[in-house]
Design a protein around this ligand. Sequence first.
Ligand SMILES: C[S@@+](CC[C@H](N)C(=O)[O-])C[C@H]1O[C@@H](n2cnc3c(N)ncnc32)[C@H](O)[C@@H]1O
Length: 270
Amino acid sequence: MTKDGTDLVRSQFGASAAAYATSDVHAKGESLARIVELARPQRHWQGLDVATGAGHMAAAFAPHLANIIASDITDEMLGEAAKLAADRNLANVSTAKAEAGALPFDDARFDLVCCRLAAHHFPDLRCFIAEVRRVLKAGGRFALVDNVAPDAQQLPDASQSDIADTAAAYNAFEKLRDPSHGLAPPPETWISLLTDAGFRIVAREQFGKELDFSSWVTRMRCAPDTITELRRILTSGPSNLRTFLQPRTDQDGELHFSLQELLIVADKTA
Ligand SMILES: C[S@@+](CC[C@H](N)C(=O)[O-])C[C@H]1O[C@@H](n2cnc3c(N)ncnc32)[C@H](O)[C@@H]1O
């Protein structure tokens, strides 16, 4: 990863670490329990959580594994992850500083690698997947959760080129809110990247999650002009993007919208 990219992630997330510890989407999101179920962890397994943030995924897996390393590139996030593990008496969680594209672990060390709501920040998904494969034992398991861009399922009436434009507009919308956002590809891109890299898909699910606009922008400390522009995009931006994001205002006047989360469990093939 470039120095600039690393610095951007650290400055965005370093200042927001405490907000991620308490964020409902991260601490209680539906994907947290579901990915643990789908991954079917075993008590003797050694695990690694990549880009752990405030440690919610590592804490969810910890009771089902021998141990798990909660890793991240941002020191403040590692502090939050250690605090969460201590608060929950999870003695089998340790923390380590690690960049997703150059994991500082031996080959074939882990039975399980997981990564939730973070890969869209990584500068090179192929490099990340190759690193996951390298540190997994033969037959080891990768459990991924991330936001994805729209595809024909979300936009059944749109042409392929309109879908591609909407995927680009969605990523631009995310990047406006968080400059350290890289790329959230559509689901089929994840499937191709994983199968091309030597993984066999064993489970795949996708669902919409509701976001509260005001918490979403506050968590990333967006400037007032940015908030105005993000709100404008949601309320009067491109129609396909609004079909995908489903903006709606509740009775109290609060703006909400939806994102799509993809869950994949994939095993390392020989
Ligand atoms: C939204 S948070 C992660 C949420 C967390 N996994 C969860 O399930 O609640 C994104 C995290 O990705 C980390 N991150 C971003 N780019 C990274 C990279 N290249 N290598 C390692 N961590 C990275 C950030 O420091 C941040 O803590």
